[in-house]
Write a protein that binds this ligand. Structure first.
Ligand code: GLC
Length: 729
């Protein structure tokens, strides 16, 4: 008889429900965080099986001892934490990392985060966040991979492999994978299933009402990729999808996720989301909510105390059967077994790493951060800064703001742990005089520092403006209806820009934000504009590396930048419609007051070199299912220095049984070329990848002509075009 069968046969109802209960310190298990409650007794009596928001080897060891040594059945605790972009060493926020278009880098940073967390008491991370987002009003886009489903799929696979060690999945699903008990691995939780990024009006936690096609084509693929990569757990989103809360959505959780995708892992509710089924209006009380969630397939109740306190009554009244509870307990015990917690409950409670490991991690953080920066504009080659720069005005509320460089979800990183822009520049330009004035705060009306900032412009060789959002103006519960710079920053920036113009000096703007801010006026007036998102521990060094030209910026935006908030939601993969946008046709799909084009398209990003693409060759001319399409394009670096170019391959199926988006990303590749060097980029698309959902929402491979478009971003005017003929199966 297996360990799990043995345990199950001995467990009382409380001990079973305890394994389905995840809570946090200071939160009585009777519900969300309430009066400070010491959990020791609940852990000892087996009423708590998992904890979140807990880390630190000694701290976790104390709690683990209560479960693994003092509880009746000695079932170890599972400890989870939101490690989205690093634990003590922070990498760039996921949206920033997506701008590398580099799955290997995505995997490396997850690996390093796992190494740090796995010795700090943490066995599982509530990451990767895989919500595709096309609405910058929503604050959580910064936590995810951007607007494109293919990027999200590759991001999902890379992050699951990084956190969990290797590709745990097999065709059947997650449970055939090898164990996860490696010293440096942690379990990954793909979140938040599904469609959360499409909340109504970008308003956090609001209802989501999208077509099933959009759900299946845009929002679900990344989760399918995570399941294929062997992710051990999935977290449903807070939201209701067309009226059915995800936490009670049996059709998606049991039908689609476990049934069609073969997911055999654990489903963990979001924070109190079972309790919130009452707020949604689909459960009269906690007991009904618990029954709905269990029936839908949710295994672990995070923070609601609904299973522990609600399921006994549901059992009593026959709303659920013990077999459902046992099945959920089995999955949780299996997860703990795979994480090696039964073999060694203290496996994640280890001594800190040697300094060399930390130094390596910081170097990686710096390299990834510098590659996440997207240079949006660079008029007259303002950047890189001249080596003769002796006096640099460093202005703005984000110039010396270590805590803000973390971005949201900073796990164990401290307020002073990140290198600021000012500090990075001091290191990079030891001979230069840095004239630092904050000028205005990130938000609020205080403009007392404006005069002093204008004052220092006079004596500077160049002016650097560090503007943007605070770390917590994006992430959870941070939707914004206005997408410009917060506070008085715009007035401050325009005053500095005006003074600089009068003085004939150039202004470089570094924008820190968790979303593509709507700043056409800034793009228009600045001499150079860099999107730095939130870059983590090495932010300041990475920005300095790009500003002084040690690194050529290579980031490419993974989200479209709107020219006006009224264009939102805005994204490149849209269908033509019956009256495609035509500036010369009044009766076409456009606005009468704003252009339809974005400020910057998906994939946009400049570097310190100029690349030309030519000689696109696509083969074979006739493509059958099972074939691979290969596109080769010549790339020349016509610039004066080594730099990286990212080349995208889109398709457009002009005539199909269902109208298709005018551009669909199918592959991308990066190439590094020295000044004057010529190279060839090869991009491949398996014909199978060209299946799309027919009118019946089932995958179909249709014969006909397919456009192949290759180039630097989702701007059709900049793409080389060819076509192939798909031959039906
Ligand atoms: C939060 C978030 C989720 C996170 C969880 C635990 O409310 O929605 O992303 O993993 O609670 O912190």
């Amino acid at each position: 008889m297996s360990r799990i069968d043995l345990l199950l046969g001995q467990m009382t109802l409380t001990e079973k429900l305890g394994q389905l209960t995840m809570t946090a310190e200071g939160a009585a298990v009777t519900g969300p965080v309430s009066a400070a409650a010491d959990l020791s007794e609940e852990i000892r009596r087996g009423a708590v099986g998992s904890m979140l928001n807990l880390y630190g080897a000694e701290h976790v060891r104390q709690r683990q001892r209560l479960a693994a040594e003092q509880s009746r059945l000695r079932i170890p605790l599972l400890v989870g934490l939101d490690i989205l972009h690093g634990h003590r060493t922070l990498f760039p926020m996921p949206l920033a990392e997506a701008c590398l278009f580099d799955p290997h880098a995505w995997e490396l940073t997850a690996r390093e985060a796992a190494r740090e967390a796995a010795r700090d008491g943490v066995a599982m991370t509530f990451a990767p966040m895989l919500d595709v987002s096309r609405d910058p009003r929503w604050g959580r886009g910064v936590e995810g991979p951007g607007e494109d489903p293919l990027v999200a799929m590759r991001f999902a696979r890379a992050k699951v492999r990084g956190f969990q060690g290797t590709d745990q999945g097999t065709e059947q699903g997650t449970d055939q994978g090898t164990d996860l008990s490696g010293a440096d691995t942690i379990g990954a939780v793909a979140k938040h299933l599904c469609g959360y990024g499409a909340v109504t009006a970008g308003r956090e936690y609001a209802s989501v009402d999208i077509s099933e096609r959009t759900l299946l084509e845009v929002h679900l693929p990344a989760f399918a990729a995570a399941v294929q990569a062997g992710v051990v757990a999935i977290m449903p989103a807070f939201i209701d999808l067309a009226g059915v809360p995800m936490t009670a959505n049996a059709s998606l959780l049991r039908g689609r996720l476990r049934g069609r995708l073969g997911f055999e892992g654990t489903i963990i509710s979001d924070y109190n989301s079972i309790g919130e089924l009452v707020q949604h209006g689909v459960a009269a009380d906690l007991s009904e909510a618990a029954a709905l969630a269990l029936q839908a397939g949710v295994d672990i109740d995070m923070m609601a105390g609904a299973y522990l306190h609600g399921l006994p009554a549901a059992l009593q009244r026959g709303a659920v059967g013990m077999e459902l509870i046992d099945a959920a307990v089995r999955r949780v015990l299996r997860l703990k077994e795979r994480l090696g917690l039964f073999e060694d409950p203290y496996r994640h409670c280890r001594s800190p790493e040697e300094p060399a490991a930390l130094a390596h991690r910081r170097r990686l953080a710096r390299q990834v951060a510098s590659r996440a920066i997207v240079m949006l504009t660079n008029r007259a080659d303002t950047l890189p800064l001249s080596p003769a720069t002796r006096r640099l005005a460093v202005l703005g509320p984000l110039a010396d703001a270590s805590g803000e460089m973390r971005g949201p979800w900073w796990s164990a990183a401290g307020e002073q742990d990140c290198v600021t822009v000012l500090a990075g520049l001091r290191t990079a330009l030891p001979g230069a005089q840095l004239l630092h004035v904050r000028g205005v705060p990130i938000e609020g009306t205080d403009d007392a520092g404006l005069a002093a900032a204008l004052e220092v412009c006079g004596g500077a060789d160049a002016i650097l403006l560090c503007l943007g959002e605070a770390a917590l103006m994006s992430g959870e519960a941070a939707s914004r209806a206005r997408l410009d710079l917060p506070g008085e920053q715009r007035r401050f920036a325009e005053a500095v820009l005006g003074r600089a113009r009068a003085l004939g000096k150039r202004v470089i703007v570094v924008l820190f934000a968790g979303r593509p801010l709507v700043v056409p006026w800034l793009a228009e007036q600045a001499d150079a504009l860099l999107a730095a998102w939130f870059l983590g521990s090495e932010a300041g060094n990475a920005v300095a590396d790009v500003l002084i030209g040690r690194t050529s910026p290579s980031g490419r935006t993974a989200v479209t930048w709107a020219r006006d908030a009224g264009q939102v939601p805005i994204y490149y993969a849209q269908r033509r419609g019956g009256r495609p946008a035509d500036a010369n046709d009044h009766y076409s799909s456009r606005y009468i007051d704003v252009p339809v084009q974005p400020l910057f398209p998906f994939g946009h990003g400049l570097g310190y070199a100029r690349f030309t693409l030519s000689e696109l060759q696509v083969s074979p001319a006739a493509v059958r299912p099972g074939d691979d399409i290969e596109a080769r394009v010549t790339v020349v670096n016509e610039g004066a220095r080594t730099a990286q170019e990212t080349v995208f391959l889109f398709t457009h199926d002009r005539l199909a049984s269902v109208a298709r988006p005018t551009l669909e990303l199918q592959d991308w590749a990066r190439i590094e070329l020295r000044a004057g060097e010529r190279g060839t980029v090869v991009l491949r698309v398996a014909a199978e990848q060209l299946r799309f959902l027919g009118a019946d929402l089932e995958p179909v491979f249709e014969a006909g002509e397919l456009e192949i478009l290759v180039g630097p971003c989702a701007d059709r005017t900049r793409l080389l075009a060819a076509s192939v003929r798909l031959i039906g199966s």
